[in-house]
Design a protein around this ligand. Structure first.
Ligand SMILES: [Mn+2]
Length: 310
């Protein structure tokens, strides 16, 4: 099933790995996992991780040259559309492979493998690396740890609506083979400095409610008061996922272009990505977003979300 991926890895001496802009844990850890897998099994191949945007817990950019990328096999992880790739040079590579789990993306690569049922790109990558096509190669404990961290971050530690029995089966295998201590991973991925905790307390007070829709809007003034940049603030949408009385929730931050970037989440029976697509955004059934919205567009989107939340 995945022999086409393996054949290309075998064919190329140079491999470049790409992720999406503003990478989350899934984008970053799946990149690190694939990089580690190639190093462990093909020590003579040169592999470089590409992408300049950073992820707060761990980041990596190997500063690949134009020439390296041009001559390489580019493997693009967790990225649904070509404009979302962090480093557009990916598309200049000799051959491109997309490995992703987002719905409604585009087939921008020469070879496209998308499994929407996977809770994380890292989950899909683990399935590929453990498939019979790859059975003669080893998945090292370090690779297991990266894959586990990718799945854990994208599923908010195995509690989002897209977490399945397969997520747990693959995680169980990674925990065994990687000798992973689950509580150590939790502490590494999900705990914050006390200064963040205090900022989050202030953010929580910004919650507004309309029907069963809860939302927070942070404009530039509020962000300055909090001493937070827009992308950092937006991560705290997870706070709203703990409220029983709301079905749909959104977090909007004013970006440096004075437009609003919005993240939207919902409980399992409430589909919200269709509303985000109406404004040029996208994402999963219960986790989606839109970038660069005007205040009018934001209000219209929130009207729809309040309506669907009932
Ligand atoms: Mn993902």
């Amino acid at each position: 099933m995945y022999k086409d991926i393996l054949d290309k890895i075998l064919e190329f001496d140079q491999i470049s790995i790409f992720r999406h802009q503003k990478p989350d844990g899934d984008a970053m850890f799946s990149s690190l996992a694939l990089n580690q897998f190639i190093i462990d099994n093909f020590p003579s191949k040169k592999v470089k991780i590409c992408g300049s945007d950073e992820y707060e817990i761990i980041s990596r950019n190997d500063n690949a040259s134009d020439r390296f990328i041009r001559d390489s096999l580019a493997i693009i992880l967790d990225t649904s559309t070509k404009e979302r790739i962090d480093d557009q040079r990916a598309l200049k590579a000799k051959y491109t492979i997309k490995i992703d789990h987002h719905p409604f993306g585009e087939d921008y690569a020469d070879l496209n493998h998308v499994k929407v049922k996977s809770a994380a790109a890292a989950e899909f990558l683990a399935e590929i690396l453990y498939s019979k096509d790859f059975k003669e190669f080893k998945v090292s404990p370090q690779t297991c740890k990266y894959l586990y961290c990718g799945i854990a971050t994208d599923t908010l530690n195995f509690k989002t609506a897209n977490t399945t029995a397969d997520s747990f089966k693959i995680a169980a295998k990674l925990i065994t083979k990687g000798d992973i201590k689950v509580s150590d991973c939790y502490e590494y991925l999900f705990t914050d400095d006390i200064s963040v905790f205090q900022k989050v307390s202030k953010i929580r007070n910004e919650l507004k409610l309309r029907d069963k829709f809860g939302y927070i809007i942070l404009d530039q003034k509020k962000l300055n008061e909090l001493d937070m940049d827009p992308s950092e603030a937006k991560n705290h949408i997870t706070e709203l996922g703990t409220i029983r009385n709301i079905n749909v929730w959104a977090f909007a931050v004013e970006n440096n272009e004075r437009l609003f970037d919005v993240s939207v989440r919902s409980k399992r029976n409430y589909t919200i990505n269709s509303f985000c697509r109406d404004y040029g955004g996208g994402g999963h059934t219960n986790a989606a977003g839109v970038k660069d919205m005007t205040k009018e567009q934001l209000n219209a989107l929130f009207d729809s979300l309040a309506n669907v939340s009932k």
